[in-house]
Design a protein around this ligand. Sequence first.
Ligand SMILES: Nc1ncnc2c1ncn2[C@@H]1O[C@H](COP(=O)(O)OP(=O)(O)OP(=O)(O)O)[C@@H](O)[C@H]1O
Length: 909
Amino acid sequence: MERRSEKGKDDKDQSRLDDLTKLEEITLDRVLDCLINRFNLGCYYTFAGSVLISLNPCLKNVERVGIPWSGEENSPHVYSIGRRCKDNLRRVGSDQIVVVSGDSGAGKTTVTQQLLCYFIENSDVGLSSPITHDGLERRIYCATQILEAFGNASTVANPNSSRFGRLVQIIYGNQKGTTDWNILGARIDTCLLEKHRVSKCGPNERNFHIFYYILMASQHNFFNLENIVKNLALDGLEIGSKLESFIPEDFKQSLRSTDADGFKIFYDSIRTLNMVSEIYSVFEIMYGLMILSSLKFVAINSEEKENDPYINHSQNTFNSRYFRVDCDSICKKVIQSVFKIDFEALEDSLVARIFSAGRRKSSIRKPCETIKECNERLSAFVTTIYDKIFNHILHRLNSLLGCSNNLMNTSSSNMEKLDRGVKSVSLLDLYGFENLKANHLEQLCINYANERLQQVHISHLRNYIVESVDDDEKGLESLNIFNQVEMQTISRLDGLHRYVFSTLDETCVLNRPQTDAQVFSRMVEVFKGNSFMRSGRLHDENYPFIVQHYASTVTYDLRGMVDKNRDYIPPEFLDLLRLSQNHVVASIFKVKTSNESNFNLKEGGNSHKIRREKTILQHFKASVESLVCRLETSKSNSQDVHFIRCIRPNDTLEYGKIQRKLVEQQLYSCGIVDVIRITGNGYPVRLPVQKFVRKFHPLIRRCFNSCFNRGDEARLNLDTCDFKFGKTQIFLTESTWEFLNILNAFVVKRSTKILQQFWRNELAKRALAREELLVLQELCSVNLLQDLVSNDNTMEHSFGSDHGTAHNLSLTKIETTLLNSLPCKITMRRKKKPVQRNAIYTHVPRSALSEFNSMVHTNKRKDIVSKRFVYESPVRFYVKKTTLSHNHLLPRRFLPKGIMDAFDDSNIM
Ligand SMILES: Nc1ncnc2c1ncn2[C@@H]1O[C@H](COP(=O)(O)OP(=O)(O)OP(=O)(O)O)[C@@H](O)[C@H]1O
């Protein structure tokens, strides 16, 4: 992992920091300062070690295209995570998984969509425009849009909040012998749809988007309510104009201008996937659900009781009813036509329940005694249908994406037939940690999933370091931090299983008729002595219990939790709906879709169905565990799991606004400060040994043999180096990494200087030799050579030469005068010793000299050792090209016989 060596010192530097682990001081304040500075400069992505932090820019129009990316390696961006996945897939051929987490409105769905677009667009620098071409890639994109319409809703936190968790798997196939991976299909798995929303939304919240698209559709003539009259064989009834009046007012009032755009995207998507007629039928059922959800119950008066055909015709003494549905005959007719079931039977199943009792298990009918009970049954009826439709749509989408039978599950013989390797890139977008004013079973599940993911994340980071380090290195201080945090998370999860989940499940599974108060008192008992959970005020009618999660402490309301957890679907509803003449309704209640069990992934990418668990909690826990299994499998290679933490900048999702307190709370809640501290204190930089040697080649011998002079040694304190050797990698702290980079640059600079000095000396020597040669030429030309050698009156001069042999010449005074009168100037120079002058001098113990013999020159007299290391390093010399000056040359005619001058100037003369 390459890092930039820049270190933040002041705020300005911090804003340039693209990795929080590079901060000198890893405190929450410094991390916040850095993130806020970057946010204000328009840098929304920052690395925290291997985790990418994404601060939601809250832009409205670029959400599918994303923030532009420079394409630089390791520049923090969603697309750089995408590129890492693709590179790993291409090089190693391993499954990749990206875990996107964060609070509601933090931008998880948007980030997931952007990543999805990145993968299916096959672009290396991200998207410049939304996907436009048709084909499998576009179908994948459209499938996610359709699913969002059914599973997203407007909440107080986010106008487009996903109310389900999802895992999108993009399946890649590889032709044997090539490195090309092509998309074969995709598969979407979902988890815990918040189905109760369909019957009851909180204040300032809306139902699922699809209901508003139905209203939009009628405005765009796609789903004309008038057509329902024909489709549902309601001809002859004067109800055309009344159909709209059956739609509850709260749906109409909460219609928004953005719904038109939403519907347009939805409509384009269903057209691309050829689902128009299918969706039309689904719209009819949705319309029916809207009417059903607004039904009211009233008590039957004595006169009505007498005329009630159902009661009069029944022989059973239990057959009575205290309430009836309050709606007119046309409304009843419409409901009956939409669901194609007998309205009387439906009404009866809503106001009375049937249970079996006694040894013979004979059915007993018991009328509801309160309106609340009737409303609960109606709510169960509506949510059951919506849940089934959601799963039906999901199943259809998966089959259209080529993955109804999971491609990852293809048997090996089939794989050989295909001559392909099949791998996947999975994007996990789970709902974020929630701490609302009133927290129910949904929040307990969501927070449990987040807690479990946090544990995986911490253990993933820990393994990332431990797995490659030698056994004796495991006692590292930083690993203790990992262990502590992990142990706490495990204790919290254990507490949740043993005390909360088991108490709630026990009541449901054993079918104990216990009130909320009784369950609460049991919880108060089991919580005793537990440090992570406790009961709330004993006389509070919501029966609150408090759980300390890794993110924050959450107060849950126990009231109604047991019933929700039971997830009881009255069998009489199922019997009724199975008899429906509506082919969609009948099919979804007859066939159990493969996706009902949600995240049905198991180790090694093989999927097999999870047994339908009895309670919501058991079912959800099994889903989360199978997902974690998948993550654990990928954990064997830590490069294959990527984490993106999304952060919400402000409460209102306003552009350019950042609230420090909110960001701080999220950083804590997602445990990112721990992660940064752990990564910062650990050895976040790791390099394969070969790469390390290649990079620091000039430094290695010099650095580890203390071959610096004293000044340098003081400046470059090698004791600060902190690194560990693994089996194949070298692990370095961030500061060591930067220090080594500086040192390496220093050594390269030094070596370059020495090389330059050598070269300059070489040039000087050559110039000198050239001058000597010229002198000789001149001497020869005046025919003095013979006389000079035989003369006694001499003075000796030594001329240096290229090869170290000296030309000893003896000159008389007369001849010297003669020489001086020559047109060229003769300079006599002593041979220089440039090598010694340019060497680095340092004291080295003589015992250490043996290994440097070839490179060490010792000056014994001064007891100084000079060493010169010249490393192989690509150096380019720029030499000025010159010609020798011609005035040094003698005319040709003066040259001795047989000696040819290179320049034949006879013509000139
Ligand atoms: N990367 C981004 N670029 C531009 N806008 C964004 C980005 N991320 C999020 N937004 C804006 O923030 C809004 C909320 O984001 P999003 O719906 O993705 O949040 P979420 O975390 O998925 O929420 P939830 O958990 O409730 O589904 C989006 O509608 C979009 O306008």
